[in-house]
Design a protein around this ligand. Structure first.
Ligand code: ADP
Ligand code: MG
Length: 250
């Protein structure tokens, strides 16, 4: 039986691309209402893990436990029906479309044979207001928005249909300090509203302040795990070294 507060648990996930072992036995858990961060350098397997949890990739082995379901892998519709919502690293926005159209991309509201533009606009305004993202002109193509605003559009789209776990892959990548700050505040606000999040980042210090739990990945493995309340970002390298020396039997 899974602990009730754990809403997602993965065990021993492996994934290989040709001769690259992208995931090499990853186990972790996600607690309801908390922010769990996964940090690691580029190439450590973070996005591969996110893609497995969102149903975009099938693991070679291992298992995923979510709700009262245990499965070897997920399809995208399964992940969605289990309440998993994903904001991908590249955001997957259509740059030429405006914020409203991007939020409703592929799930437009219709009125008979016509788009219900008024309803979509109203709902988009509400979704963006809920996450405190200010976009003065919703008819402007998203290409002209700031990184933080674009992230807001991607999150609003992910949350359009209520979910219970939000996966975010590098939400502040390629953002300046100010924008990163407002994006992190947006995620903290979502947490306050009870939204469980699994956030991937290559910036330990940035997510440490935000997260409740941190997993450190390297070369497809989890090499350290800690509750942020029990340690400091400065001490995490020690935990990593300890793990490594244990693994070597030192
Ligand atoms: N579709 C793919 N085909 C081949 N190699 C891949 C593919 N996706 C990821 N990889 C490789 O797997 C490793 C982990 O990649 P990734 O999960 O994207 O890491 P991260 O997100 O931590 O930067 C890297 O070596 C990467 O080059
Ligand atoms: Mg990545």
């Amino acid at each position: 039986m899974m602990n009730e507060s754990i809403i997602l648990e993965v065990q021993g996930l492996t994934k290989r691309f040709g001769h690259i072992q992208a995931l090499d036995g990853v186990s972790l858990e996600v607690r309801a209402g908390a922010i769990t961060a996964i940090v690691g350098d580029n190439g450590s397997g973070k996005s591969t893990l996110i893609k497995i949890l969102s149903g975009n990739l099938r693991p070679d082995s291992g298992s995923i436990h979510i709700g009262n379901k245990t499965c070897p892998g997920l399809t995208i519709p399964q992940a969605i029906s289990l309440g998993i919502r994903t904001v991908y690293q590249d955001l997957a926005l259509d740059n030429y479309k405006n914020s409203v159209d991007n939020i409703f991309l592929g799930s437009e509201l219709m009125q008979g044979p016509f788009l219900n533009r008024r309803a979509m606009r109203r709902e988009a305004e509400k979704l963006l207001a809920d996450i405190h993202v200010a976009i003065p002109d919703l008819t402007e193509p998203v290409a002209s928005l700031s990184g933080g605003q674009r992230q807001g559009v991607a999150i609003a789209r992910a949350l359009r249909r209520p979910g219970k776990l939000l996966l975010l892959d590098e939400p502040t990548a390629a953002m300046g300090i100010q924008e990163s700050h407002s994006t992190l505040e947006m995620l903290a606000g979502l947490r306050q509203r009870g939204m469980t999040q699994l956030i991937v980042s290559h910036n330990l210090h940035q997510v440490f302040a935000l997260a409740d739990y941190v997993y450190v990945m390297r070369s497809g493995r989890v090499i350290a795990a800690a509750a942020t309340g029990d340690t400091t970002a400065q001490r995490l390298p020690e935990l990593i070294l300890r793990r490594e020396s244990e693994a070597e039997g030192l």
